[in-house]
Design a binder for this molecule. Sequence first.
Ligand code: BDR
Ligand code: CA
Length: 313
Amino acid sequence: MSARKIIIDTDPGQDDAVAILLALASPEDLDVLGITAVAGNVPLDLTSKNALIVCELAGKVDVPVYAGCDRPMARELVTAEHVHGKSGLDGPNLPDPEMTLSDGHAVDFIIETLRKEDPRTVTLCPLGPLTNIATAFQRAPDVIERVQQIVLMGGAYFEVGNITPTAEFNIYVDPQAADIVFKSGIDIVVIPLDVTHKALVTQPRNDAFRALGNAAGIAVAEMTDFFERFDKEKYGSTGAPLHDPCVTAYLIKPELFSGRHINVEIETQSPLTMGMTVADWWGVTDRPPNATFIGDVDSDGFFALLTDRLGRL
Ligand code: BDR
Ligand code: CA
């Protein structure tokens, strides 16, 4: 089977960085057509720069990287330096990139790629707020039916919220964009906090990254050394949750994950619950299913895959 064509839409972010590394280390499974940066964990100038840094860390300097939207569709940008540090990629000491951004806007790249490739052969992998993706759909509705699938990190049901009591960060930052995506009719797979909080980097798992001895393995260990303090203090967890790498792992080995095909809607009005993913996990409404909401992961299998692939870089 040929590698699946994907566009990674991202706001790096240490966990975004690991997700990108996993994809770039897996060319037999994933053909990364491009990386599109969006404002999220940190402002756009930093998320774009960080995407370039990660491509260089992977030794894949020919991947096109585009800068996209610098703010949500209808709200002020909320960022997460309290989690990811000032650069968004605090932890390792990585050099400034020599690679440069590709010309053009990320939204145009998404639209043009979906129009150019055969229908339903390109999967979108959003790892941050959904601004670039929803802007593309709004500007060029013809591309919606050309998308093969969207596999995204965002939302929560059992874990409820991380940035507010009821909302997960990626959805909260741009709920209007999320609403457009969830109403698009595209086949959507959602990797929520319910899953990513089970993909925790324990000390032995981080030691295994470091022991790979290559630049990528050492950098990932240093990223999680930094990134883990937030969740350890807040949740008392054993280590950093690798949210976004669950997306690229799902694309490579979906059998590691399980979930339910359910209705998921986005709260866009209430100041109290803005950005909540209202997931009908228990089927208590007759609203039609529009997403596969993942609930569980084989975390040992996930870390075995990740460590093996990082070792190839
Ligand atoms: C999500 O928000 C960001 O902080 C992470 O990169 C991840 O995409 C988790 O809520
Ligand atoms: Ca992210």
